[in-house]
Design a protein around this ligand. Sequence first.
Ligand SMILES: O[C@H]1[C@H](O)[C@@H](O)[C@H](O)[C@@H](O)[C@H]1O
Ligand SMILES: [Fe+2]
Ligand SMILES: [Fe+2]
Length: 306
Amino acid sequence: MTILIDHLHEPGTVEVEEKKVAEEQNELVLDAGFLVPKTNAFGHTFRDYDVGSERKDGVEEFYRINHINQSYDFVKRMREEYGKLNKMEMSIWECCELLNEVIDESDPDLDDPQIEHLLQTAEAIRKDYPNEDWLHLTGLIHDLGKVLNLPGFGELPQWAVVGDTFPVGCAFDESIVHHKYFKDNPDYENPAFNTKYGVYSEGCGLDNVLMSWGHDDYMYLVAKKNNTTLPQAGLFIIRFHSFYALHRAGAYKHLMNEEDIENLKWLKIFNKYDLYSKSKVRIDVEKVKLYYLSLIEKYFPEKLRW
Ligand SMILES: O[C@H]1[C@H](O)[C@@H](O)[C@H](O)[C@@H](O)[C@H]1O
Ligand SMILES: [Fe+2]
Ligand SMILES: [Fe+2]
């Protein structure tokens, strides 16, 4: 069988090679470079929100509620509240273990505990970018903000934790998944918020844009306020990895500044591993734990405020 390998060597360059693979069609072969599987664990193409899979109805209902409730005011309140970081004190690794309790209802491609996804993402990156240890760690921690769903963090509903993110305070772009449900969002008819720029201006920079509230922005705040030494690109990836309207559809570019354009290159690389490493192939936690503990020690304090 012949499948395509999309092997990235450095930011911005994509080299496509062909390789005969004897294994099952959907298997991820990590030691031969990163193979993008044709289908997800349910036998469908990735991020297909319309196909009648076993997850479709739940995912659509998730986005209906998400789109109705993620308003400018809501996001402002959440950012303020969670920016206090007064919920918990724990290490990065402790948080990885906590995440075992979370199953993401917004995801058509995955129904495993999140720790699997974290390790699959990080390990897939590590194979192709052995020298970018910051990117391995970014892979490991990018979804840790999903702990917002747990009791110790206010047990936020799924619609305020997971799913794709988008700017609030300006018009909702049509490329956003299940866009039709925005019509019941309070901001939809508000002339201050429903134009191309809304409360923003040309090239204002994504740092100044309020994004729908969830695990991305929360984890960004946690990392930043606990003085991580991760590079800017790592923080950018954590903060905007669910912003598919930007990194996949190319919407909202008019809000970006020069720095965002540079960081977006790394986000696009990261996204390939975040999305296509989702599979039923398990990683042996005990085998890789020491490596990740050493990275955590390099880039984070021992205990963080959450
Ligand atoms: O369903 C997924 C999941 O919640 C991911 O963690 C998030 O980053 C994606 O953007 C989203 O579509
Ligand atoms: Fe995520
Ligand atoms: Fe992820």
